[in-house]
Ligand binder design. Structure first.
Ligand code: SAH
Ligand code: DHB
Ligand code: MG
Length: 224
């Protein structure tokens, strides 16, 4: 019952407030056809990412976890014409599907995909002097979330926003006895965030077409 209702309300909200976008719809269709898992942010969540990036007046965005580029397209659409988005993806097949979807959205000059494990490509970004980023969206493998948070912070400036997907995991995040590596990753990251004076953070539980989960959202208070 609950899930049916959450999905129905998500459809209601999306039909009402999220304008249909051919490229975004096609990105989901092509991702499904290519065998990618249906774990992209939902349309109304994608619009939340877009809204946060707009409110932040973001010109530079970092995304960790591209999949088929659905959230990438939402975020890139929030950028000005000279804005830049770098997205990190370890699976070459996912990256290839994303490349096509991003090009179809007309965003190939705004978005660059770095293929490789994020814990290997993030140091490269730092060495290259890329960044700082106005907004970072963390949405890859959850066990590495503590490290992704460290990198996001390092690649931020005073005023940067960091958003993390999937921080509630059906409520499992509050279980201190959990042995699920995904839950452990989120809990370790949350402990790090809580102990980090350079960020002000909260987390919001969500229900919807993707079930019961949540986002962490934080702002960086000082130049790291
Ligand atoms: N942000 C996407 C969904 C990302 S799903 C959206 O909402 O549309 C998570 C992605 O992270 C998958 O494509 C997976 O291949 C990728 N991933 C998993 N481990 C990774 C790693 N170590 N480095 C980079 N990407 C990784
Ligand atoms: C999964 C990953 C995600 O990023 C998400 O939003 C939902 C599910 C997963 O790995 O199951
Ligand atoms: Mg996610």
């Amino acid at each position: 019952m609950a899930q049916d209702q959450w999905s129905a309300v998500d459809r209601y909200i999306t039909d009402l407030l999220v304008s249909p976008d051919r490229a975004l719809e096609r990105a989901l269709i092509e991702s499904g056809a290519a065998g990618l898992p249906a774990i992209s942010v939902s349309p109304n969540q994608g619009k939340l990412l877009w809204l946060l990036a707009r409110a932040q007046r973001a010109r530079t965005i970092l995304e960790i976890g591209t999949l088929g580029g659905y959230s990438t397209i939402w975020l890139a659409r929030a950028l000005p014409a000279d804005g830049r988005l770098i997205t990190l993806e370890s699976n070459p097949h996912h990256a290839e599907v994303a490349r096509t979807n991003i090009a179809r959205a007309g965003l190939e000059r705004v978005v660059s995909i770095r293929v490789g494990k994020a814990l290997e490509t993030l140091p490269t970004l730092a060495v290259e002097g890329v960044g700082p980023f106005d907004l970072t969206f963390i949405d890859a493998d959850k066990p590495s979330n503590p490290e992704y948070f460290e990198w996001a912070l390092r690649l931020s400036h005073r005023g940067s926003v960091i958003v993390v997907d999937n921080v509630v995991r059906n409520g499992a995040v509050m279980d201190p006895a959990s042995t699920d590596p995904n839950v452990l990753g989120v809990r370790r990251m949350n402990d790090r965030i809580a102990a980090e004076p350079r960020v002000s953070a909260t987390a919001i539980q969500t229900v919807g077409s993707k079930g019961y989960d949540g986002f962490a959202i934080m702002i960086v208070n000082d130049d790291p």
